[in-house]
Design a protein around this ligand. Sequence first.
Ligand SMILES: [Zn+2]
Length: 198
Amino acid sequence: MTRSPPKPRAYAPDPDAPGRFCDIPDCAHPGQYRAPKSRTQLNEYHWFCLEHVRVYNAKWDFYKGMTPGQIEHELRADACWQRPSVPLGTLGARIDDSMLRDPHHVLNAGLAGRRGTANRAPDPDQVPKELREPMATLGLEWPVTMDALKSRYKELAKQHHPDANGGDPASEERIKTINLAYATIRGRIGEPQEAGQA
Ligand SMILES: [Zn+2]
């Protein structure tokens, strides 16, 4: 049986996924999707989350042979990279057009700064409307720091990972909801920082 590598694939989690996080260094999503490392390493794979495997496959010619760190660096230069790529509206999260047309959140810059949120007095009433549901999904309180968001997300991702639940389809649904909530909040509270700055 041969696997023929870079062909368009259905975006279903790979049953052989090793149950670890996405290979993109800063990504806390489960790496459930396989992508060959390069044309010369067709039997070696990166494991990416859905969002990143889509980007990777779409830009295969560009990314082939790069390490996940290099790919991440390229991704960070891409304004689109924070966007959740789960089909809109499927999970009840309110992602509205204005968010999608405003990937850098300039229109809502007053609500959540890039990094300076800690300097502002927290006001629970200021939780942006479209984040209320995602925040509740993750059991977080506003305002939330990127660190708190990430660690909470990792916790939940482990807890609800289908591998940890005997492949229960309900777990997959939960993880999708959690992933979307995470992506939505993350897209709002922070921009990707420059890679490799110490
Ligand atoms: Zn990822």
